[in-house]
Design a protein around this ligand. Sequence first.
Ligand code: F3S
Length: 269
Amino acid sequence: MFDFLSFGKTPEMIKKRKTAFVRVQRFNPDEDEKPYIQEFEVPMTPETTVLDALQYVKTELDGSLTFRKSCRHAICGSCAMNVNGSNDLVCHRNLPESLDKTGVVTIKPLPYLPVIKDLVVDRTSFWEQYKRVKPWLVPPEDAPEKEFRVSPEEVAAINSAETCIMCGACYSSCQVIAMGKDYIGPHALLKSFLRVMDPRDTIPGERLDISGGEDGAYRCHTIFNCIDACPKNLNPTEAIETLRKLAQRRIAFEEERAERQKTLTEAAD
Ligand code: F3S
């Protein structure tokens, strides 16, 4: 069928549009049997974000629209949603650039997670898997008061993993999660990698038993959706691959860590 709305529209013309049609998935468990799409017309400038558009709808058009947001600076990870079929943080997603030729953007909740209301999902399984990997550092019992001197190479190895903001975009894009398997997931495996590779940590063997086990690195099918979905451009797949390799030489790795730890505490004395 001929598409009258998009006929003759160039990217420049789309950028000059003054309004966008924002299609939002709605679902109120108290009233609706199943989710449905509702469309709103929203004013915009070249700088408007998708979150701005949702906020406009809530403030000006329908106060019942429900979504999570907090920092508006891609730091807190609260506003991860599915925009035009891919997961992203809506606070750093430009609205004009997200429109199709007809001026439409479609916003849905993160997939494969139970919907609480509209764009808010239940992240219980996400956090439960996170807790499984003991995401906190376990330093030596006799840790000195002074700082540990970690080498620049050791810092570089974990630096990017440290910038994960736990938004859930990777977790809810993973097809293993979609299949409902008990899988630790890319977010928690990335955190596990962060702790395993940290020379100050004393329980790398225990960590590798968990994250290198059946529900962990070996359940990853190397689908790479997690890389595409990550708004911070992190690489959970590479971290998972490293965990797999380290799990295969767990005992040797534990011994290496114990040796390294001696030099760390000695240097700090
Ligand atoms: Fe899932 Fe990423 Fe592995 S999408 S299957 S964790 S490569």
